[in-house]
Structure formats: C-alpha cells, structure tokens
Design a protein around this ligand. Structure first.
Ligand SMILES: *Cc1c(COP(=O)(O)O)cnc(C)c1O
Length: 230
C-alpha cells in the first residue's frame, strides 16, 4: 500500500468508527508515529499532507527535527526522562507522557526559559498493568491540583495505552475508563480549564478508541509502516 493509500484507508476507518458512534470525524486527529522510520520517510509523510508527527526517543527525534528544518508539529509520545526535557522543549509542541511531578516541574521550568507554553496530556495507567507508565486513575485529580499553578505547562488532555490483545474489543473498557475519568476531572474542577482531549488508540485498536471518544490517535505501523530502520 502506498502512503497515500494508507492515509486514505485510515481516514475511511475513522469516518466509519465516528458514524457508528455518532461522532463528528473532524474531532479526531491523526498523529503519524514516525519513530520506526527514517528522516526521508518522515519527510514523505509531511509531503503527503500529515502535519502531526509522533516520536519517542529524543536522541533520534531531535536530529530528525533538525534535518527536516522543524517542519511539522511534533508530539512526544514516550517515557520522558527529566534530563532530556531541555532537548525537546521548543521543538515538541505536545507531550503525551506527563506522568510525575518532577517531570511537570522540569517541563514548566524549561518552557519558561524558552518563552513557550508546552501542551501536555496526563498519562494515566487505566489498565493497571505493571509495565505501563502513567498515574493511577485515582491519583489524577490530586496530581492536577498539585501542578495547577505552573504557568508554562498546560494540561489539554489525558493519554492512555491499552493492553496488547488479539481482539481490539477487549480494549474498550480502558478507553471508556479514560473518557469517564476526563469527565469526572472536569466536574471536579481540578484543572483550571476544561480538559477536552483524549490521546488514545494505536494501529491495533484505534477504531475502538475513536468509538469511545479519542480526539487524537497515534498510528505507526498501519500508517507509515515499521520495516525500515532509522
Ligand atoms: C509506538 C507507539 C505508538 C504507535 O504504535 P503502532 O502500534 O505502531 O501504531 C503509539 N503510541 C505510543 C505511545 C507508542 O509508543
């Protein structure tokens, strides 16, 4: 399948999932996860009309960002070490993996120094798997209250990863759980403004995530492939 065909195929599946769940497909945005592919392939993704790129290793992503002259809108989607924050603030507009206070403080400090505001998703471990990053759902409200005075960090949404399972239908409770948590957090007023975004759904489970309210899906394998090494 060519890149254009893959994009069209994904869009059709998103539109169908929206139809099934009574949603407007314009609410769902696609992040092309380019962590598996070279700068050349990443450039082809941008040329094909995709704006949003997802990467998870600063050491790989920053040289790529430089090679591409900062084209695109960059999303950091992996575990982020505090000492790497200064390398990516100012290049990555969105961080999907805010999961601890020390990281929030470092992001705020580096964003202030760079004169930018960094948009974040609070990563929540809804499934409870030991291998997954993220705050526990019951800790999310307290966490948001703890960081609400940080002026250069904005929480715009929640992010989660579902367990890897054969049948994507089994991921539904996880995505539903994230949506319900967002609604409870908004009712609690823990954050300064309503939190609207849900970053959930990957190649194997994005349709279920869209049906449950995803506003950002993160697609690597299905969209840009995985074969080629960086
Ligand atoms: C790699 C990755 C993705 C993309 O996974 P695919 O299954 O290849 O679509 C999405 N989100 C995160 C956090 C990832 O690390």
């Amino acid at each position: 399948m060519s890149l254009q065909e893959a994009i069209q195929h994904v869009n059709e599946r998103i539109v169908a999932a929206c139809k099934r769940s009574g949603r407007n497909a314009e609410e769902v945005r696609v992040i092309a996860v380019t962590k598996y592919v070279s700068s050349a392939k990443t450039r082809a993704v941008l040329d094909a009309g995709i704006q949003h790129l997802g990467e998870n290793r600063p050491g790989v992503a920053v040289p790529k960002w430089e090679e591409l002259g900062g084209r695109g809108i960059w999303h950091f989607i992996g575990h982020l070490q505090s000492r790497k924050v200064k390398e990516i603030v100012g290049k990555f507009e969105y961080i999907h993996s805010l999961d601890r206070l020390s990281l929030a403080l470092e992001l705020d400090k580096r964003a202030a120094a760079a004169g930018v505001e960094v948009k974040t998703f609070l990563q929540v471990n809804v499934s409870g798997e030991a291998s997954k990053q993220g705050v526990k759902p019951e800790e999310a409200e307290h966490f948001l209250r703890e960081i609400r005075e940080l002026s250069h960090l904005k929480v715009i949404g929640l992010m989660t990863m579902a367990p890897e399972v054969e049948d994507p239908e089994l991921t539904r409770p996880v995505f539903q759980g994230l949506r319900e948590l967002r609604d409870r957090l908004n009712a609690s007023g823990a954050w300064k403004e309503p939190i609207s975004e849900l970053s959930m759904g990957m190649s194997g489970d994005f349709e279920v995530a869209v049906e449950e309210g995803a506003t950002w899906v993160r697609l690597g394998t299905l969209l840009v492939g995985k074969g080629e090494e960086t």
